[in-house]
Write a protein that binds this ligand. Structure first.
Ligand code: 0GY
Length: 288
């Protein structure tokens, strides 16, 4: 059965992002008739097209997007590239690539607006995550000025630390490495994550995923309590995104307007909001 993981009736946020703001974690699905899903995909979503994405972006008050290749499209980045191409310069992307990708293909991705690669370690999403091959890819994309995006859950942090230490580029960790937010702001998971940020100045994080990580649910007070200090302590190494169309969410599908209203509670001053939504994504995605 095809999964529909987003609401068609998001509210308009009460808070307006600054002009030029980037929603730095979104996906597109298909349209399947043009861009079929990978046979290895662990889920089969309904189409979530670039046109739907940009209509939502306008409603939420954002100006730009970073489209992250979702696991359902495997290593065929055509749907992501299409999203970037039809954005008229207002989207850039993160690809998922096979270890044997050619230099020509990497150049083609760069010309199509890709500025990073994603390594996914979630067992429910991918069959294997070969660290040695990922490291080879990281070394090759360094030459293009790209960065690496890594998605893992908190219990893998310790095991992955030597791997991350060997990556020569900037690293962005999705959704704070999925800590158990129920542990609170001094909990084991977020403390280990902060130690990682303290010891590796090239590691950034997306302070996103309230809808996945909060135990309490909207308005996500528990998430705000744990994550606001991250924005305040590492203001130059944070990004934020809605995660629309919220892959795999079937219960508690979030209201994207309410997610945007979390942003000014995480980044409580105009200066912090500007770094989070404009200056930091500009450095990774629109440096040229
Ligand atoms: C996310 C989350 C998920 C899925 C994917 O690539 C993907 O399929 O990223 C998830 O199911 O947690 O943030 O994109």
């Amino acid at each position: 059965m095809r999964i529909k993981s987003w609401t068609d009736t998001p509210s308009t946020p009460s808070w307006r992002p600054p002009a030029g703001a980037v929603d730095a974690h979104v996906h597109v699905f298909g349209p399947e008739a043009r861009f079929p899903f990978s046979p290895k995909s662990k889920y089969h979503p309904e189409d979530a097209t670039p046109e739907m994405l940009f209509a939502l972006r306008d409603k939420l008050g954002f100006s730009r997007n970073v489209i992250v290749q979702a696991s359902c499209h495997g290593t065929d980045n055509s749907a992501t590239l299409n999203g970037i191409a039809v954005s008229g310069g207002t989207a850039r992307g993160v690809a998922v690539v096979a270890p044997d990708i050619s230099d020509e293909e990497l150049q083609r991705l760069h010309a199509g607006g890709i500025r990073g690669v994603r390594f996914n370690f979630l067992k429910r999403l991918v069959d294997d995550a070969p660290k040695d091959k990922f490291l080879e890819i990281a070394r090759r994309i360094e030459r293009l000025g790209w960065h690496v995006v890594i998605y893992f859950e908190a219990e893998l942090l310790e095991e992955l630390t030597p791997f991350m230490a060997a990556i020569p580029t900037t690293i962005v960790i999705d959704h704070l490495g999925r800590p158990d937010i129920g542990q609170g702001p001094d909990g084991k998971d977020i403390t280990a994550f902060r130690r990682l940020l303290d010891t590796h100045p090239n590691i950034w994080t997306k302070v996103s995923g309230a809808e996945r990580l909060s135990v309490q649910g909207p308005p996500y007070d528990d998430f705000v309590e744990v994550v606001r200090p991250i924005v305040e302590n590492y203001p130059d190494r944070v990004l934020w995104g809605t995660d629309w169309p919220h892959p795999n969410m079937q219960d508690n599908i979030p209201d994207d307007g309410k997610l945007v209203d979390v942003v000014p509670r995480l980044a409580t001053t105009g200066a912090l909001q500007r770094k989070l939504l404009i200056d930091n994504p500009d450095r990774l995605y629109w440096a040229d």
